[in-house]
Design a protein around this ligand. Structure first.
Ligand code: 13P
Ligand code: 13P
Ligand code: MG
Ligand code: MG
Length: 366
C-alpha cells in the first residue's frame, strides 16, 4: 500500500482588527485553490482552518514530504490569499511571505511547515495543533510530557507498545544543528536542552522500537540563518495517537496546564498558552493570551475524517480560567521581565536607541 503524507503548511497573510483573526475570504480563497488541486489529483484531501491570524492548510497526499508541487501549491495559495488581504486592506497583508517567488521548497520562504509520511495503520488517529502568538519552542514542554513523562502518558508505563520509549530530534536554531536523543535513557539531558525554548526546538519524534514517525513540528524561520535569531513564528504540530503511540487523551493532556510561552504582544512578551476551541481562537486581550487549538482526524486511505475540535470541551474550562488568571498576573508586570522577554529575544526594541542617547551620560561606578 502506498504511503500517506500529511502536510500542514501555515502562514499569516493578513487579519482583521490588527493581528486578531484571519478573514473568511482568505479561507475561501485557500479552499478554492486546494479544491482545484484535489480535482487535479495532487491532493487526496484538505482542511483549511485558522488559529487567530494564522491560516493553516492541512493537506493529505501521496507525494511524500518536501514535495515541490505541494509546497508550490501552498506558496501560490498564500500569495493569492495575500492579494485578497491587500484588497480588503487587512492588517499585515502578506505578513509571513518573505519572498514573492517560489524556489523549489517553501522552507525558508516564511510559511511554517510540519509534515510526516507513514503507512496507514488499520485505524490512524492524528491530532493537529495550531498556535497563535507564540513560537515553536511552545511545543517543547507538551511534547516532552507526551512522549517522555509517565505522569502524563500512562501508556509509557503500562502499554508494551510504548514502553521502549521515543527518540527526539532537536534543532539548535541558533547554530543550525540537530541532534537525536533517546528516551527514557537521556531524559534529563533532553530536558536540559528543551528547557531553553528559544534555542532548542523539537522537530520530530520517532518511536524507538521501529523508528516510526510519531510527531512533527514546524520550526521555520527560526532556523533560517545560522547564528542569527530571526524572529518568532506561530507553530503547528502533527501528532499520531493510539496503538503504539500515546492515546488521544494523553496527547491533549499536557495542554491542560497553560505553561508560559514567548510571543504575546509584539512578539515580545511571555504569557500562558490557552487551549481553546477553534471558534475561540482569536487572541484579543493585549493581542493574546497565546492560543492553541487541537483538531483530531482519522486518516483513511489518505482522506481526512473529522475534525473533532478537541479543546472544545468543558474539561478544559479550568485550564482556560487558570490561563486568564496567569494572564492577569503577568500583565501586572507591564514592561518588566519576565512578562517582557529578555532583550535578545524581543521582536523589536528601542533599547539600542535608548543606550545611544545615554552614551555620554553613563559614568563609571567607583
Ligand atoms: P477504548 O477501550 O475505549 O478503545 O480506549 C482505550 C484507550 O487507550 C483509552 O485511553
Ligand atoms: P502575529 O505574529 O500573530 O502576527 O502577531 C504579531 C503581534 O505583534 C501581535 O501583537
Ligand atoms: Mg499577524
Ligand atoms: Mg499569528
Amino acid at each position: 500500500m502506498t504511503k500517506t503524507t500529511v502536510s500542514v503548511i501555515k502562514a499569516d497573510v493578513g487579519s482583521v482588527a490588527g493581528h486578531v483573526v484571519t478573514h473568511e475570504k482568505i479561507l475561501a480563497k485557500c479552499r478554492e485553490n486546494l479544491g482545484k488541486a484535489l480535482d487535479e489529483g495532487l491532493l487526496e484531501d484538505f482542511y483549511v482552518t485558522n488559529c487567530g491570524d494564522d491560516t493553516e492548510l492541512i493537506m493529505t497526499h501521496r507525494n511524500g514530504e518536501e514535495n515541490e508541487e505541494v509546497h508550490k501549491l501552498a506558496f501560490d495559495t498564500f500569495m493569492d490569499a495575500t492579494a485578497v488581504a491587500r484588497e480588503l486592506k487587512l492588517y499585515g497583508a502578506g505578513q509571513d511571505m518573505l519572498s514573492d517567488t517560489f524556489s523549489g521548497n517553501i522552507k525558508g520562504m516564511g510559511p511554517g511547515v510540519a509534515e510526516m509520511e507513514f503507512k496507514e495503520r488499520p485505524s490512524d488517529p492524528v491530532i493537529i495543533f495550531c498556535c497563535d502568538k507564540t513560537e515553536p519552542g511552545a511545543f517543547n514542554m507538551p511534547l516532552f510530557r507526551m512522549f517522555a513523562d509517565p505522569f502524563n502518558t500512562a501508556g509509557l508505563v503500562i502499554d508494551p507498545s510504548l514502553h521502549d520509549g521515543f527518540k527526539y530530534e532537536v534543532y539548535d536554531v541558533m547554530e543550525h544543528k540537530k541532534v537525536i536523543m533517546s528516551c527514557p535513557e537521556e531524559i534529563y539531558d533532553l530536558a536540559a536542552l528543551l528547557g531553553t525554548i528559544s534555542r532548542y526546538v523539537i522537530k520530530h519524534i520517532y518511536r524507538k522500537s521501529d523508528n516510526e514517525i510519531a510527531a512533527s513540528v514546524s520550526t521555520e524561520r527560526l532556523n533560517l540563518m545560522a547564528g542569527k535569531y530571526v524572529g518568532k513564528d506561530d507553530p503547528v504540530a502533527i501528532v499520531r495517537s493510539q496503538s503504539g503511540f500515546p492515546a488521544a487523551g494523553e496527547v491533549v493532556e499536557p495542554f491542560a496546564f497553560p505553561h508560559l510561552v514567548g510571543g504575546w504582544m509584539r512578539g515580545s512578551h511571555n504569557g500562558p498558552l490557552m487551549p481553546v476551541a477553534q471558534k475561540n481562537a482569536h487572541p484579543i486581550r493585549f493581542d493574546g493570551p497565546p492560543r492553541v487549538i487541537a483538531l483530531g482526524f482519522q486518516i483513511a486511505e489518505s482522506k481526512l475524517v473529522g475534525p473533532m475540535d478537541l479543546f472544545d470541551d468543558p474539561a478544559y474550562d479550568r485550564s482556560r480560567a487558570l490561563a486568564s488568571e496567569i494572564a492577569e498576573y503577568m500583565r501586572r508586570h507591564g514592561p518588566f521581565e519576565p512578562h517582557r522577554l529578555p532583550a535578545d529575544e524581543m521582536e523589536y526594541t528601542t533599547l539600542p536607541g535608548v543606550l545611544e542617547k545615554l552614551e555620554g551620560r553613563f559614568t563609571d561606578i567607583d
